[in-house]
Design a protein around this ligand. Structure first.
Ligand SMILES: [Zn+2]
Ligand SMILES: [Zn+2]
Length: 361
């Protein structure tokens, strides 16, 4: 059996190792993709530090944000728009829901399908081995929908659309229209916060205000179009942060608050929202047993998980069509080789980069 190199977590909190992992035989409809870029995500760091949720069974190939070239296809495939997929196409691809459970078929909420498949936490010593993105190749199951990447979108940005950016698109989809008189407050200035800043501006918000840290991330936030940023590390009193939002909104609070940091930010976030406003909760880390002083009247509280295949397409489309308006490449702050995976994971863990990318060429 042929093998390829992959960055593998063999023990939580211990350095990852570069291992040779088998390249599987393709089942009908599946693809083999030669990875060109894999961006890292906060979730990769959480998984490395300890098992998530039900617990991961090690060893796993880290990473779930891939972009690559089709190396091989078993049979004929089309992309999400119905165009044929060929060897050499540069693509990203969606997660897979079962399609036949209550959530998929009745509620039409496939992101909470219990039988959903995703990447970056699958055993690398069991077929089909290559389901993590920090590897030279990835296996793409036949159920995945394929999105071709236009030439003017870099592989690193396309890779980030496979998690961070498509999740933001899902959030805005559920949030609905933003009116031209509305002010949006974003809690968090990581990749999701910065991408959300661009989308909120693009969708017509009057003002986008971002509360985050550290300063290097907020510099990028400003260039993504934020009308105001507040550094959490400098303004440590919650009351002052609330007053800052009030000052920007004639004392009412924001029409929309988007949380892309951590569940722990929810109590403060609710105090930044006006009565009747909309709260979009995306950041899923941290305990959710949070105490809130009061809940704004007539508010909407929206939570989302991951994204549907169409949101992958929306994210890629946004990167391509808005590339002249927003400096998306600035969100990918540092590039590493596969051998430098531990350095890259440490940079993500310390927030010293907005997003790290493993480049394969
Ligand atoms: Zn992710
Ligand atoms: Zn299902």
């Amino acid at each position: 059996m042929e093998t390829c190199r992959a960055a593998v977590i063999t023990e939580h909190n211990k350095p990852l190792t570069i291992q040779q992992v088998p390249i599987p035989k393709l089942d009908q409809g599946s693809l083999l993709v030669k990875i060109t870029a894999s961006t890292l995500c906060g979730t990769d760091v959480h998984r490395w530090h300890g098992p998530l949720g039900d617990g991961d069974s090690l060893p796993i190939i880290t990473g779930h944000e891939p972009c690559g070239y089709v190396e091989d296809i078993a049979g004929e495939r089309t992309d999400i728009l119905g165009n044929p997929v060929k060897r050499g196409d540069r693509i990203v691809w969606s997660y897979v829901a079962c399609g036949s459970c209550y959530y998929c078929a009745v509620a039409l909420q496939p992101c909470i399908c219990p039988g959903r498949a995703s990447w970056g936490h699958n055993r690398s010593d069991q077929h089909p081995f290559l389901l993590g993105s920090c590897a030279e190749y990835m296996y793409v199951p036949k159920e995945c929908l394929i999105i071709k990447v236009p030439e003017d979108v870099t592989s690193a940005s396309a890779a980030a659309s496979a998690c961070a950016y498509r999740t933001v698109m899902h959030g805005f989809d559920r949030l609905g229209a933003i009116k031209s008189h509305e002010t949006v407050v974003i809690q968090g200035s990581g990749p999701l916060g910065n991408f959300a800043t661009a989308v909120a501006k693009d969708h017509g918000a009057k003002k986008v205000l971002v509360i985050g840290a550290p300063a290097n991330r907020l510099e990028v936030t400003k260039r993504m179009g934020a009308d105001g940023v507040l550094n959490l590390e400098e303004v440590t009193d919650e009351k002052h942060r609330r007053n800052w939002v009030r000052d920007h909104t004639e004392g009412r609070g924001a029409d929309v608050v988007i949380q892309v940091a951590n569940n722990l930010a929810v109590p403060e976030g609710l105090t930044l929202l006006r009565g009747g406003g909309r709260y979009l909760n995306i950041g899923a880390g941290g305990k959710a047993n949070i105490a809130v002083e009061r809940i704004p009247q007539e508010m909407l509280f929206i939570t989302i998980r991951s994204a549907e295949p169409r949101h992958w397409l929306q994210a890629i489309d946004f990167l391509a069509s808005r590339r002249k308006s927003f400096p998306f490449e600035e969100m990918i702050s540092k590039s590493y080789k596969l051998e430098q995976i531990n350095e890259a994971m440490a940079a993500m863990a310390s927030y010293s980069v907005v997003k790290a990318v493993i480049n394969f060429n």
